[in-house]
Design a protein around this ligand. Structure first.
Ligand code: COI
Length: 366
């Protein structure tokens, strides 16, 4: 059904009235969920809502497609643009499962605050995602290792060239039936020239510019045969921070180590979940700054037994090799890494509804 409700105010409603316009000719029969790549295919519908006159208005699910944008759009010129990454799965009863969506909703608003953008009611964030998944339920892939990658995002829509916060925004959700982000363990380089984030900057916000700034150093690293960069602190390049698509963790002397959350680190939902799960399992955890020299010494004296990245897109990504100042360090074999393998196994199974949700993280709906 297609109801026009252009200037519907969402503020005064208990439940958001999302109008739905479905595609006329669905392509679902042509959908092949085997051999999916990450983020290349998009499902048939998208969610859109606009912030004008101080209110979120006209919440709608419409066929996925292009839209017009002013050449003076302030997000293009000044970068007010934020996003989230989430995944949905279907269990064997055909229910849709989301993992800790409240965490993403809350982080979205923290990013919005830092980027001086409009706040979005957390229940609208979650309802938009749930309704869109219901509409495109048949696009949620079930091949092993696959998922529906969800990309909620918001950008400024004012058309003006003065540097100031936009007064209007668009919130959207698009969904991508996806395969794994990294299919294999990764080789990473510890970056000591370029900087991802400076203290007091936007490093803790999930904003487009952080990713833009990472592309050139990441491309250089790729040319040298690396999959990813491990960023170090911008001031001294002597402390480990994160990789651009994931937080970084190590097991050193049997202790799970990761750097603390500061203004330069993205507060990952997977990071938080791994730390909570490890604590639940009784593992010793240390969230303290990690010196690069300490890390290299731990590799050399073999007290480091595991290194891995954690994030929504990657879940858990084993690191097989770390390069620092031109020297490559091979890490222990993947099979001999009980901590990361157990965490990966737990997170994948709980997200897919294959084991009990003992930590209460799953939102389930039809
Ligand atoms: C995610 O893990 O969802 C991310 O946002 C990382 C990357 C794909 C941009």
């Amino acid at each position: 059904m297609y109801l026009r409700a252009e200037f519907l105010s969402l503020e005064n409603m208990g439940k958001y009235d999302i109008r739905i316009e479905r595609v006329k000719n669905s392509k679902i029969d042509e959908f092949d969920s085997s051999n999916l790549k990450f983020g290349k295919m998009l499902s048939e519908h998208m969610f859109v809502a606009d912030y004008t006159d101080g209110k979120w208005q006209d919440a709608r699910i419409i066929p996925y497609g292009n839209f017009e944008i002013s050449p003076a759009n302030s997000a293009i010129h000044y970068g007010q643009s934020i996003f989230e990454g989430m995944k949905a799965f279907k269990n064997d009863r055909g229910e849709i499962l989301l993992f800790r969506p409240d965490m993403n909703a809350a982080r979205f608003n923290r990013s919005a605050e830092r980027m001086c953008m409009a706040q979005l009611p957390e229940d609208l964030f979650i309802e938009a995602i749930q309704e869109l998944l219901r509409v495109d339920k048949n696009w949620i892939p079930d091949a092993p290792g696959s998922s529906m990658y969800i990309r909620p995002f918001m950008f400024a829509t004012d058309s003006a060239l003065g540097v100031k916060p936009s007064e209007t925004y668009r919130f959207m959700v698009i969904n991508s039936p996806s395969g794994p982000y990294y299919a294999e363990p990764v080789r990473v380089k510890i970056e000591t020239d370029y900087t991802r984030a400076a203290s007091g900057g936007t490093g803790a916000a999930k904003t487009a510019g952080n990713y833009a700034a990472s592309l050139f150093p990441a491309q250089k690293a790729k040319q040298d045969g690396f999959d990813q960069i491990i960023w170090t602190d911008g001031a001294t390049h002597t402390f480990i921070e994160e990789a651009g698509t994931m937080n970084i963790m190590f097991v050193i002397d049997g202790v799970l180590r990761t750097c603390p959350l500061t203004s330069t680190i993205l507060p990952g939902v997977t990071r938080d979940s791994v730390l909570k799960y490890a604590a639940h399992k009784g593992m010793e955890i240390n969230e303290a700054p990690i010196k690069v020299d300490e890390l290299i010494a731990a590799i050399e004296n073999k007290s480091l037994t595991e290194a891995f990245g954690v994030g929504t897109a990657v879940t858990v990504s084993h690191i097989k090799e770390i390069s620092y100042k031109g020297k490559n360090h091979n890490l222990p074999p993947i099979e001999s890494r009980p901590v990361a393998n157990d965490i990966h196994n737990f997170l994948e199974k709980v997200k897919r509804g294959q084991i009990e949700d003992e930590l209460g993280w799953i939102t389930k709906f039809q």
